[in-house]
Design a protein around this ligand. Structure first.
Ligand SMILES: Cc1cc2nc3c(=O)[nH]c(=O)nc-3n(C[C@H](O)[C@H](O)[C@H](O)COP(=O)(O)OP(=O)(O)OC[C@H]3O[C@@H](n4cnc5c(N)ncnc54)[C@H](O)[C@@H]3O)c2cc1C
Ligand code: SF4
Length: 510
């Protein structure tokens, strides 16, 4: 079932408007959608606000650049200052879940131990969160990817890991009836991916929630130390043109606008909820890099779950390995050369697989700042800490090993200062021995966190571990911004589990 037709869209707004609710939720990504459904199911009046439009399969564009221009903020070209790291953040009903690969992983307990130890948290471990992980996984039907839809480019990763004695496993995903089309990035035309717009959001609507799209929240309103609601403007999809004004009065405000938008909303609300000075600070990423491997026989990479296999073997060392696919034009930007040279390399695509690493780099920090003027786009800065750089180099070497163990005839490491192509593990040895600089890597990251972090000490965090603002008793933040440090694994499931837990706390208050 599509949410289109059940939600208010741009053409429905004819004038300024004011509404009221028990709870207003800002942002319909994985975090906001869970809260909206859970609270509506508990009988609370919920209004869910989303700046992006709803999409149906007819709206999806297979062309990667065209798709990014429609579904991503800043047309998918958002980057940080400082160390440049491109980062894609969605603008759509369903947020990142519309375009992500549906990877769902529970972080192991050692990740939460680190959170508790450094951020004065008491109730945030696997024991406390497992019931919330269970609830979300059951709701979305999360299950390991079956072999039938893995395709060669995923299974070769498994084979390479097996040959080296490296643990690997099929990735658990929020999909039902995946056909292995590898199109998760441009939107699942089969509607197999259980993105929020076809799962939690329709469920919230069935439980009585109102869902308004094309509405940009610009300010949280507050009076006498309490949040009283939000206000903003209607925005036209794809152009961002602003029109009517709106205000939603509510007994509780939940910010789930994503870790790059929530701090901007708070900063534009007179620096609200920021007695700690931590709003917009501590931005972290999982810097990721991909290596292309070319095999002697056709791999047919167009078939297979977008990301079907992973290895958590090196998680304690600071990185996770995965298989990867995206539209060929998006992957092609990683090919060296141009003209005839580039054309020759592109002929390798049917024989190739892409595998990536995401690194836990919690020493590498950045900031999210609001711009002057009306724009809600953030100014982002981030610095790759020199002590985090070797982790990425180490991950690169392990991917190279797995490729050659799986039978690749060459790899393209995509790193500055080494050969563009390597034809054997011996040639790749330089990846193990070289002292890389941050600028040698072509990293990107769509996993971002910590910009409104939780901390047991109100002087050092924006919210407590249940997502409650330390400053305003009825203001909550539930997006990935509240992670105190990175999750080491793909963040969506953790964000949903935390949001599920916060829902119970919010329900007790309203
Ligand atoms: C291409 C891609 C692939 C990824 N793959 C995976 C994966 O497989 N597994 C995984 O775990 N993670 C993955 N991620 C990351 C994951 O999608 C995000 O971590 C997750 O979506 C974050 O959820 P969220 O609810 O915090 O924020 P978001 O999903 O960003 O949702 C925030 C929502 O708030 C809306 N919003 C923002 N500002 C306003 C405003 N002012 N007014 C109203 N609405 C507003 C946004 O439009 C957006 O819809 C991927 C991300 C991308 C981009
Ligand atoms: S691989 Fe294809 S069918 Fe499977 S969830 Fe992704 S887009 Fe949908």
């Amino acid at each position: 079932m599509s949410a289109k037709g059940q939600v208010r869209v741009f053409s429905d707004y004819q004038r300024d408007f004011v509404e009221s609710a028990d709870v207003v939720v800002v942002g319909s990504g994985p975090s906001g959608a869970v809260v909206a459904y859970e609270l509506a199911a508990l009988g609370r009046q919920v209004v869910l606000l989303e700046e992006g439009p709803p999409f149906t399969p007819d709206d999806f564009e297979l062309d990667g650049a065209f798709s990014m221009a429609r579904t991503m903020r800043e047309a998918g070209l958002r980057t940080t200052r400082g160390t440049v790291i491109p980062t894609m953040q969605a603008i759509a009903l369903g947020g990142g879940s519309l375009v992500n690969s549906a990877i769902c992983v529970r972080p192991p307990e050692f990740v939460f131990e680190g959170w508790r130890e450094h951020f004065e948290l008491r109730q945030t471990g696997r024991k406390e969160l497992d019931p919330h992980f269970d609830a979300v996984e059951a709701f979305l039907g999360i299950a390991p990817t079956p072999d039938e839809v893995q395709g060669q480019r995923n299974l070769l990763f498994r084979d390479g890991c097996d040959a080296l004695g490296i643990d690997s496993e099929p990735i658990a995903r929020n999909v039902k009836g995946c056909r292995g089309s590898g199109e998760c990035f441009t939107g699942c035309r089969a509607r197999a991916k259980q993105s929020m717009d076809i799962s939690y959001v329709p469920a919230a609507i069935r439980s009585g929630a109102k869902v308004l799209t094309s509405v940009q929240v610009q300010e949280v309103r507050a009076e006498n130390g309490r949040a009283t609601g939000v206000q903003g403007q209607v925005v036209e999809p794809f152009t961002g043109r602003r029109s009517h004004r709106f205000r939603i009065d509510a007994r509780a405000v939940v910010l789930a606008a994503g870790c790059m938008a929530t701090p901007v909303i708070l900063q534009k609300s007179g620096n609200l909820a920021n007695r700690s000075g931590q709003v917009g600070q501590n931005l972290q990423f999982h810097p990721g890099l991909a290596v292309l491997g070319v095999f002697p026989d056709r791999v047919h990479p167009g078939f297979g779950a977008t990301q079907g296999y992973q290895s958590l073997h090196f998680l304690r060392e600071g990185f996770k390995l995965e298989t990867l696919w995206a539209p060929a034009a998006v992957l092609a930007v990683r090919f060296p050369g141009f003209g005839q040279d580039l054309k020759r390399r592109l002929a390798d695509v049917p024989y190739s697989a892409n595998w990536d690493a995401i690194a836990s780099c919690h020493r590498s920090l950045g900031r999210v700042r609001a711009r002057r003027g009306p724009s809600m786009d953030p100014i982002l800065s981030w610095h790759f800490h020199p002590e985090d750089v070797p982790t990425v180099g180490r991950a690169l070497w392990e991917i190279a090993r797995i490729f050659f163990a799986a039978g690749a005839r060459k790899i393209l490491p995509g790193v500055h200062g080494v050969a563009e192509e390597m034809h054997s593990l011996e040639e790749a040895e330089v990846l193990r021995t070289r002292a890389f600089k941050a600028t040698d890597f072509v990293t990107a990251s769509n996993h971002a966190f910590c910009s409104t972090r939780m901390h047991g000490d109100p002087a050092r965090g924006v919210v407590d571990e249940l997502g409650r603002s330390h400053d305003l008793p009825n203001l909550y933040v539930v997006d990935t911004g509240i992670f105190p440090r990175c999750s080491s694994v793909n963040p969506m499931l953790t964000a949903m589990a935390l949001a599920h837990r916060s829902s119970g706390v919010i329900a007790d208050q309203v």
